[in-house]
Design a protein around this ligand. Structure first.
Ligand code: PA5
Length: 447
């Protein structure tokens, strides 16, 4: 079986292998702290052992619930924001057909999302789409009080109950939330919804391998056992007994921190497969929310190539030299397509005749890497053999572990997100939410 690989050859001359290796001891301490809980954020380390601690009974319960939703629903709406939907969407998009949602003869329900925005048009259009569909809802909120999903759920629940009645609606709604706290828990108990618990010690952005990610992923027809198995493989390969030289997550964490110290303040995650767009969104949240605090942290951005080579490519090649690039590379595509002969050859492409499309993509990838390095953009490559649940599982755990180590190397608590509250407080003040009277008065003076 192949494996995830990391190539940091192209970060030199900005960062040398010697500089990376010199961080061995600190990275090892940071990794150990994740296992022993000795640094800030130790209440949120449940994700570290998730792949090895998930039980057969837990997997079966998730699979059973997925079967129920798959049987009753043509469409399942996943309601959640941030860590409560990005992991599921990342995996589902990466592992299903790009045109899956257009398929009419379906084996699996269509999975759509709500509660990740407050757009009236989006919600209205979603309701129009659901109008003639048999749908169900997975409502996910760890705190159980987040406005965006709560608001969307209220509208969806109302529609579903109108459509199928309260008793049938109950069978099609699953709530994933805290074990005892929050409005969603209260609602779920009252309405007798099927529920799953988000463990207290797993933060939203690290929750994809809990029911938060696993239930929607199973509903989409993806083998969650293989996903967990891949993550487990990476858990073992990055554990606290693994020497730094073999711990790819630690090496990636160190490399990006060394680049940051040299003024490379922006990391762009590049992919050459449109299916990975949301994997990058998940990655952006993971690193951005974990490290961007105390006025420091790499700014995380993402590009989809070759698409964005025709938009952001210019900036990357010749703009301010404050970026580095991490490319997710897929060794072998899942499908095969060769380039046909054309008698007239008016497009001049006969020189590619008989080649796989992926050969062209790979040369674009290599050519881009060389060009960007030549242009002053250090490059890291993270590659997996193919896009399968097993390797996506590896990739998820690899980045989670790297993020924990990286945050500690940076000197921040990678498991809190105090900055997210600022907009909420203003929004509540502006909406005149009960309890925010003083804030309402203050903010109105500023308008
Ligand atoms: O990583 C996080 O903790 C956040 O992104 C949360 O997942 C997000 O804010 C949603 O919170 P909740 O699940 O409590 O609704």
């Amino acid at each position: 079986m192949g494996k995830l690989n990391l190539n940091i050859n192209d970060v030199a001359p900005w960062v040398t292998k010697a500089e990376v290796n010199a961080m061995d001891a600190l990275a090892t301490v940071a990794n150990r702290a994740l296992h022993e809980g000795t640094l800030p954020g130790s209440d949120f380390l449940g994700w570290v052992n998730l792949p090895s601690s998930i039980t057969e009974a837990q997997i079966e319960e998730i699979e059973e619930s997925a079967v129920q939703l798959r049987t009753l629903c043509d469409v399942v709406v996943v309601v959640g924001i941030g860590g409560s939907y990005l992991g599921a969407k990342a995996v589902i998009d990466a592992l299903t057909s790009s045109f899956d949602w257009l398929e009419t003869k379906r084996e699996n329900p269509v999975v759509v999302y709500a509660g990740n925005n407050i757009s009236e048009d989006y919600l209205h259009e979603l309701m129009e789409y659901l109008d003639d569909k048999s749908f169900g809802i997975i409502n996910i909120s760890k705190s159980g009080t987040t406005t965006e999903p709560a608001l969307s759920f209220r509208i969806l629940k109302n529609e579903l109950e109108k459509k199928v009645g309260r008793d049938e609606a109950r069978k099609r709604i699953v709530a994933i939330t805290d074990a005892s706290k929050g409005a969603l828990r209260t609602l779920a108990v009252k309405e007798e919804y099927k529920t799953f618990v988000i463990p207290d010690d797993v933060g939203g952005r690290y929750s994809v391998l809990t029911p938060v990610g696993l239930l929607p992923i199973a509903v989409a027809g993806i083998n969650i056992r293989l996903l967990v198995q891949g993550a487990l493989e990476m858990e073992k390969k990055t554990d606290q007994t693994t020497p730094f030289k073999d711990n790819l997550a630690a090496i990636y964490a160190v490399t990006r921190n060394e680049l940051y110290k040299k003024g490379k303040k922006i990391e762009i995650l590049a992919n050459f497969h449109p299916k990975l767009q949301y994997f990058a969104e998940w990655w952006k949240q993971l690193f951005g929310e974990s490290e961007g605090k105390e006025n420091k942290g790499i700014f995380n951005a993402a590009v989809n190539f070759t698409t964005d080579l025709h938009s952001m490519g210019q900036w990357i090649q010749e703009g301010e030299r404050t970026i580095f690039e991490t490319t997710i590379s897929i060794d072998t595509p899942n499908k095969k397509m060769t380039i046909p002969h054309d008698q007239a050859d008016l497009d001049g492409l006969n020189y590619l005749e008989g080649k796989r499309v992926d050969e062209v993509n790979k040369m674009a990838e290599l050519g881009t890497r060389i060009a960007h390095v030549d242009g002053g953009v250090p490059n890291i490559v993270v590659s997996i053999p193919e896009l399968t649940p097993y390797y996506i599982g590896q990739l998820i755990y690899f980045f989670e572990k790297a993020c924990g180590i990286s945050g500690y190397l940076l000197g921040v608590n990678p498991f809190d997100q105090p900055g997210v509250e600022a907009y909420k407080a203003n929004m509540f003040a502006l909406l005149e939410k009960p309890g925010f009277e003083k804030e309402t008065e203050e903010i109105k003076k500023r308008l």
